[in-house]
Design a protein around this ligand. Structure first.
Ligand code: FAD
Ligand code: DLZ
Ligand code: SF4
Length: 509
């Protein structure tokens, strides 16, 4: 039987059982298509990295004697849509069966199911063999629960997959979570490692992308284009991280600095999300490092929690709530994304540095995404869906299944607090504690009112004052709610008018 198998741009898993044998009757297809490049405005590096990694994957498959069809973006025969190209291939190659791997995004999952129902040949969908959990596992665990507690899912995962567990069934180190030990700011020591990742020359590919008139934004210079583009590079990078950097990850996980964009983060999200690396091999490498006494339990636990905890939980949350999730907007926020989100031109240092870095590298670490950009967006009331499109476009690792729950749920409280037990917002105090952004900022971190006052300081209080109806019963907000109740009514008025002014002049702050 002649079979056509589709591989999507984020399904570059060379260890998949599909590839265990070579069979002349099986044709693989990968496609660079405008359908995928244009559904949001993407960072140039994201398009480059996905195309380059797909091309590399195609060559590796061909070397292993698999039959591979590849549509480059400018090929005449490329109709720029999965369905159109597939239908043509079915006829051209007399295909008798169509097979594909579970797409991680609802949109494509839905489209491909619809497509399979329309075509006249049989079809089958296979697991991507990447995640620990199946799509509905998290949902099954939290059915009927008002609050989805990541911590209980995480403990379940540790036990189920026997990760960092003692023989007596207790967690290694006698504690499940060492998070409170992971909250240091960074003052220049220990030194951050040189970026050892390869700078890829991609000028030819970039010419093809511009010739195809694909719109993009952000820096595409080769010196900044250092993402691992195949499994070999990804493994080398992972090994370097575990040998040299991981030891500092936990301590400085939340730290931010004007001169250091990577700090002690792993930068493995692109390789993981495109499935060049498997979460299991990452976890097992970290566990091995702990067992050979190279890292402490709090470092190992803290990092492993991100992978078997957050990453799997976020994915389960996505599948449990799609498609309605994309429309959630608990606070009815309607402000558009400010223009300076696209060029970094703002006087607010924290946002200026974070956005410029994101434009430059297609990367910002978790706290920059959550407590700088997300914090500000929630406080001013940016429309969650528009913000989601911005995040989906700008970050190298942004695929909807992981980006949307992080943006809408964790960062913007758009689901009314199902994923996050309280809104992640702060005044300048937190940003100043965790970074050096406030040094030399146009605004004063300690002032709340007046032209020089840090916008976060009035926006924060204004947020809780105006959202009192929706947040006053939240037990985790008892302190802030009491502070507002005790506040001088004149101060409340001043704060609100200051915040209003900031929001009105948002393009000029
Ligand atoms: P590290 O800090 O080194 O962490 C290691 C790994 O843990 C990451 O590579 C990632 O796979 C996993 N991880 C950590 N936190 C999370 C989390 N909250 N959700 C899922 N996985 C997590 N992550 C994405 O992979 N894609 C996204 O599009 C994305 N969008 C985000 C949007 C917002 C608003 C926020 C607040 C977070 C987002 N995250 C996203 C989660 C997190 O910020 C990134 O996974 C992380 O910054 C990637 O960099 P790293 O590989 O250096 O991670
Ligand atoms: C993100 C992306 C881009 C920019 N381009 C392509 C492409 O041309 N071909 C492809 O197969 N995949 C691409 N992708 C990744 C897909 O959008 C991804 O597979 C879905 O988001 C499903 O997670
Ligand atoms: Fe950001 Fe305010 Fe600090 Fe400036 S003073 S860097 S705007 S937190």
């Amino acid at each position: 039987m002649k079979i056509l198998r589709l591989i999507l741009g984020d399904q570059l898993n060379s260890n998949h059982s599909w590839f265990k044998n070579t069979d002349d009757e099986i044709l693989y297809v990968l496609m660079e298509v405008k359908q995928e490049t244009n559904y949001v405005l993407h960072h140039a590096q994201k398009i480059l990295a996905i195309f380059a990694a797909m091309r590399d994957f195609k060559s590796a498959l061909a070397k292993e004697n698999h039959q591979v069809i590849y549509f480059k973006i400018n090929e005449k025969s490329n109709q720029q849509s999965f369905k159109l190209n597939l239908n043509t291939l079915f006829t051209q190659h007399k295909i008798q069966k169509f097979e594909y791997l579970e797409p991680d995004e609802y949109r494509l999952d839905h489209d491909l199911k619809e497509f399979c129902a329309e075509i006249s040949i049989p079809s089958e969908c296979f697991s991507s063999e990447h995640f620990y959990t199946h799509r509905t596992e998290v949902n099954e665990m939290f059915t009927d629960k008002k609050q989805w507690l990541m911590e209980s899912f995480y403990r379940y995962m540790r036990k189920r997959h026997n990760v960092l567990m003692s023989e007596d069934g207790k967690p290694v180190g006698s504690k499940w979570n060492f998070d409170h030990e992971n909250r240091k700011s960074w003052k220049g020591e220990p030194k951050v490692f040189e970026d050892h990742r390869l700078a890829h020359d991609h000028s030819e590919l970039w010419n093809e992308i511009t010739e195809a008139k694909i719109k993009s934004f952000g820096n595409h210079n080769a010196s900044k284009f250092r993402w691992p583009l195949n499994r070999k590079e990804a493994l080398k990078h992972l090994d370097f991280f575990i040998q040299h950097i991981l030891i500092y990850f936990g301590d400085f996980q939340d730290a931010m600095h004007k001169d250091e964009t990577r700090m002690f983060h792993s930068l493995i999200s692109f390789a993981l999300n495109t499935k060049m690396l498997s979460p299991k091999e990452v976890v097992s490498a970290v566990e091995k490092s702990y067992l050979s006494n190279q890292i402490s339990i709090n470092t190992a636990e803290g990092f492993i929690r991100q992978i078997i905890g957050w990453r799997e939980y976020i994915r389960g949350y996505y599948w449990a709530h799609m498609p309605a999730f994309g429309e959630q907007n608990y606070f009815s926020h309607q402000l558009p994304v400010p223009n300076w989100f696209w060029n970094g031109k703002t006087k607010m240092n924290c946002l200026k540095y974070t956005i410029n870095q994101s434009l430059d590298e297609a990367y910002a670490h978790h706290i920059q995404r959550l407590m700088v950009v997300g914090n500000f967006s929630l406080l001013v009331g940016i429309n969650p869906k528009s913000l989601h499109e911005w995040y989906l476009g700008i970050y190298i690792d942004a695929f909807e299944w992981v980006e949307m729950p992080n943006t809408l749920g964790m960062s913007q409280f758009a689901d009314g607090g199902k994923l996050a037990s309280k809104p992640y917002v702060s005044t300048a105090n937190y940003i100043n504690k965790m970074s050096n952004y406030c040094e030399g900022c146009h605004y004063s971190k300690s002032e709340r009112l007046g032209d020089k006052a840090c916008p976060f300081n009035s926006l924060y209080w204004n947020f809780f004052i105006t959202k009192a109806g929706q947040l006053s019963k939240n037990p985790r907000l008892a302190i802030v709610n009491k502070q507002i109740r005790d506040m001088d009514p004149n101060l409340i008025k001043d704060i609100q008018s200051q915040a209003k002014k900031i929001i009105k002049n948002i393009e000029d702050i």
